[in-house]
Design a protein around this ligand. Sequence first.
Ligand SMILES: [Zn+2]
Ligand SMILES: [Zn+2]
Length: 127
Amino acid sequence: MEKVKTCARCKKTMPLSKFNKAKSEKYGVKCYCKKCQALYQYEWRKKNQDKVKNYKEKDKKRDKGYVRKRPILFKSDTHKECATCGAIHPRRMFQKVKDYERIHCISCYSKKRRLYHRAYLKKNKNL
Ligand SMILES: [Zn+2]
Ligand SMILES: [Zn+2]
């Protein structure tokens, strides 16, 4: 006679062939039938997916927070350190936009703009 086992989930008694093998278990099979096991794994994965997603989002937030942290730049009433070239220029070398003063000096900023502009043109050519 074929050995049977009751599934711990759906409570149906089925032959052992309906269960996935598991060496660590008493009967050499899992306590859930194949169908329940698949369902269980699916649900578990679904739950876990949210967890993984949350972790990822937390990581993203942490990364953003890290990126937002700017290097400590030298700053005085008359001079300021450029975030790009690292040189200390007079404050007039930093363009002011509304109440915000750029962290890059005029020459670095225009260089950046040129590069950006070039990349933009290149991109548009390819379109
Ligand atoms: Zn079952
Ligand atoms: Zn600069």
